[in-house]
Ligand binder design. Structure first.
Ligand code: CP
Ligand code: NVA
Length: 305
């Protein structure tokens, strides 16, 4: 199986990631000038969604159309995947018909199993462990607003979840310091923390994490699949809300990001998305441009078979 996959930030070299970020900025500019760019004509992306999505679905589907190709939405509710057909069988079949597959799923092992049996690129559109496409967009957004992120300080406030794990990988690959402020018992996965070494610090106090930070980011307290825990999580994370006052304690040129959807009054204060330091709408838009760069990089422009 020779295809390149993007299941995690570690699937690319730091140089490749920087190239993707630059290319996302270029593709955004081309689109704003109305220039048509269709390197993926006749290419088809399959998109398997086992969880809900607005941004991921739209950005992959619109992105493929803009690149000259097409995307097919597949839900487990109406495919054989949902009726127990093994993931490796599905991968073998789908990769004979498609030019790439994007998967949003629960267990990360679904992605690795699929990729191991796929002849075409597999892209992680979010798993319980990681959300690398969101990180491409976040990094593009930081580059657009503030330039290189190397040597900067990023604060992650709240749950040590899939987004947090992807921030850890980004810190490793793009060489920035990440401070995670989370309650006890909600730390990011030790596997990611140990590998990142000194680049990541875990603290309990959000104020300590944001001190001097150039980027502050957070996410929902209850991720998809954790709905049964939401009551206890609401209680546990109360002290981890990001507000204007918390951002005042960061660097003067701090930017605020949130992958969205956001819950105002929970992980962010009601007014935060409207604060001039918030770049969340650019961040959401950049999913489109960053993933177009990714698909242009991964999906072969001509088919050999
Ligand atoms: N940020 C993000 O992945 O959004 P969706 O769940 O809407 O795709
Ligand atoms: N951590 C969230 C991200 C949603 C885009 C979740 O997994 O539900």
């Amino acid at each position: 199986m020779s295809a390149r996959h993007f299941l995690s930030f570690m699937d690319c070299t730091p140089d490749e990631l920087l190239q993707l970020i630059r290319r996302g900025i270029e593709l955004k500019e081309l689109r704003s000038r109305g220039v048509s760019h269709e390197p993926l004509k006749n290419r088809v992306l399959g998109m398997i969604f086992e969880k809900a999505s607005t941004r991921t679905r739209l950005s992959f589907e619109a992105g493929m159309i803009q690149l000259g190709g097409q995307a097919i939405f597949l839900s487990p509710r109406d495919t054989q995947l949902g009726r127990g057909e093994p993931v490796d069988d599905c991968a073998r079949v789908m990769s004979r018909m498609l030019d790439g597959v994007m998967i949003r799923t629960y267990a990360h092992s679904t992605l690795t199993t699929f990729a191991a049996n796929s002849n075409v690129p597999v892209i992680n559109g979010l798993s319980d462990d990681l959300h690398p496409c969101q990180l491409l967009a976040d990094m593009q957004t930081f580059f657009e607003h503030r330039g290189s992120i190397q040597g900067k300080v990023v604060a992650w406030i709240g749950d040590g979840n899939n987004m947090c794990n992807s921030y850890i990988e980004a810190a490793e690959q793009l060489d920035f310091t990440l401070r995670v402020a989370c309650p006890e018992g909600f730390e990011p996965n030790a596997r990611f923390v140990e590998r990142a070494g000194a680049r990541i610090q875990i603290v309990r106090d959000p104020t300590e994490a944001v001190e001097g930070a150039h980027l502050v980011s957070t996410d929902v307290w209850t991720s998809m699949g954790q709905e049964e825990e939401s009551k206890i999580r609401l209680e546990t994370f109360k002290a981890y809300q990001v507000s204007r006052e918390l951002l005042d304690k960061a660097s003067r040129d701090v930017v605020f990001m949130h992958c969205l959807p956001a819950h105002r009054g929970e992980e962010i204060s009601h007014d935060l998305l409207e604060d001039p330091r918030s770049v969340v709408w650019d961040e959401a838009e950049n999913r489109l441009h960053a993933q177009k760069a990714l698909m242009e990089f991964l999906i072969p422009h001509t088919r050999n078979a």
